[in-house]
Write a protein that binds this ligand. Structure first.
Ligand SMILES: Nc1ncnc2c1ncn2[C@@H]1O[C@H](COP(=O)(O)OP(=O)(O)OP(=O)(O)O)[C@@H](O)[C@H]1O
Ligand SMILES: [Zn+2]
Length: 474
């Protein structure tokens, strides 16, 4: 039974899909005014694993993720650079895809943008005004939080407490200080669209209500994002969508929020300036290491970032890679021997534990622990076979390889690098180089042998002796 922690009910619940065999997901996407930092990457890597898991279980997944491509921060950046707002959003949307592709994050089905959803947003706001949930004020339109009786149910806040703590702006004539903008009248130099309330642009929250309704309907399964979005963004989305639909049960059924990536225990954020972009990190570490670092911790727990943690992730990932390499090597010379009973039993046990961990609110940390457990047994078997103690069993190797690869596929690690989509060219060249070096060694030409090893090391390739010959690793 798959259980998920629902922020709305503040407990783990059994997941029951709205439509059998299907899962619908809406994840709040980025505001593209800067290169994504590694905190921004966390929700998308998290949802990538969740999607992979559902797909693996046989569900048909529909995933919508927006781009807030019209926004104060984008407009400000555009003005600073003296370019159009859309140049900024296009540049950083491209940057988003570039780094998420490197992290092997599979694409959503649709990426709606605010600038392409204006008519639907205007329609939704009009209905909210007609129903008495929203009002116009000098070209702005506000949502009246007092009119929506469930306001605060996601974040667990009470409206009175929020009002007591609200900062009241000078000249503020909103009905309630907590009322939030659905539409903002155009200021000079800002992009705008025509509307019944004059020229302007949408507020932030309305886009997600409109887009989820457009692509997933009134009710769908999952809504996700970082936990900073619980209030006000997701609280406001609920108010808008349920007021619009007139139904308490409409909108997202399960709310999942990832914890923060922190630096020295403080949230990594653009506004605090304590961030590393994914690009910067990928200059120093392989993308797979960053992905592994993110998924090694359960998505709801905080995750403190440091170079030391990335170094640990590198070592751990290498252990898994090594086990997989060992298995692949064994797979080249199998027999119908019946050895490896322990390996088969371990593979089956680890698979069961892995799925139980994933069923428990996608506990990737525990799931991955089973990959390490299986690795140990793989290495034991590898040593037994290569030392000639037992003959290599095809059944044992195939079973372990299937289970190990299945787990790796769900977590999204140990995948072939993009540059290995070269029909084995790199492998063939490496075998040639290793051969030349072996010959040099045979001829006691140590200078050439060492030069080859050192130069390879300079480009990040290490050579390792194994009982069946020399192996290379990136
Ligand atoms: N440090 C973090 N750890 C985990 N998730 C984060 C972190 N910072 C932002 N997110 C999430 O990244 C996603 C993209 O957010 P967005 O592009 O709006 O970033 P942002 O909120 O502008 O970033 P910042 O908080 O740095 O200003 C959101 O789901 C947000 O909750
Ligand atoms: Zn949103």
């Amino acid at each position: 039974m798959l259980k998920v922690y629902n922020t709305l009910t503040k407990q783990k619940e059994e997941f029951k899909p709205l439509k059998e065999g299907q899962v619908s997901i809406y994840v709040c996407g980025v505001t593209p005014y800067n290169h994504p930092h590694i905190g921004n990457a966390r929700p998308f890597v998290t949802w990538d694993v969740i999607k992979r898991y559902f797909t693996h279980l046989g569900y048909k997944v529909k995933h919508i993720q927006n781009f807030t491509d019209v926004d104060d921060k984008i407009i400000r950046t555009a003005n600073q650079e003296g370019v159009n707002w859309s140049d900024i959003s296009t540049r950083y949307i491209n940057s988003y895809f570039e780094v998420m592709d490197k992290l092997h994050v599979k694409h959503a089905d649709i990426y709606p943008k605010v600038s392409q959803t204006i008519p639907e947003i205007i329609d939704m706001i009009s209905v909210l005004i007609d129903k008495g949930y929203a009002y116009e004020l000098n070209g702005d339109v506000y949502f009246s939080v007092e009119k929506f009786k469930g306001y605060g149910k996601l974040s667990g806040r009470k409206l009175e407490d929020m009002m007591a703590g609200a900062r009241i702006e000078v000249n503020e004539s909103k009905h309630n200080p907590m009322d939030f903008a659905l539409w903002k009248a155009a200021k000079p130099g800002e992009p705008f669209w025509e509307s019944p309330w004059g020229n302007g642009r949408p507020g932030w929250h309305i886009e997600c209500s409109t887009m989820s309704l457009k692509y997933l309907g009134k009710t769908f399964d999952f809504h996700g994002g970082g936990s900073d979005l619980i209030f006000p963004h997701h609280e406001n989305e609920i108010a808008q969508s349920q007021a619009y639909c007139g139904d308490d049960h409409s909108f997202a059924r399960y709310w999942l929020h990832n914890g923060f990536i922190t630096i020295n225990q403080e949230k990594m954020s653009k506004s605090l300036g304590n961030f590393f972009t994914v690009k910067e990190i990928l200059d120093k570490y392989p993308a797979e290491v960053l992905r592994f670092f993110i998924v090694s911790t359960h998505y709801r727990s905080p995750l403190d970032f440091s170079d030391a943690r990335l170094d640990e992730a590198t070592t751990s990932l290498n252990r898994l890679k090594n086990a997989l390499d060992n298995l692949k090597e064994l797979a080249k010379n199998t027999t119908d021997a019946t050895s490896g009973e322990e390996l088969i039993a371990k593979a089956k046990q680890c698979k069961q534990n892995f799925f139980e961990a994933m069923d428990d609110d996608f506990n990737t940390a525990l799931a991955i622990a089973n990959m390490f457990d299986l690795s140990k047994e793989i290495n034991i078997y590898y040593n037994e076979v290569t030392s000639g103690k037992v003959a290599c069993s095809k059944v044992a190797v195939d079973t372990a390889l299937d289970v190990f690869s299945e787990m790796a596929d769900i977590i999204g690690i140990l995948e072939e690098d993009d540059n290995s989509a070269d029909d084995g060219l790199v492998d063939n060249l490496m075998n040639l180089i290793i051969d030349i070096r072996q010959n040099a060694r045979k001829n006691k030409d140590w200078a050439t042998a060492d030069k080859i090893r050192d130069e390879l090391k300079n480009i990040g390739i290490t050579l390792e002796d194994s009982p069946t010959g020399v192996r290379w690793k990136k």
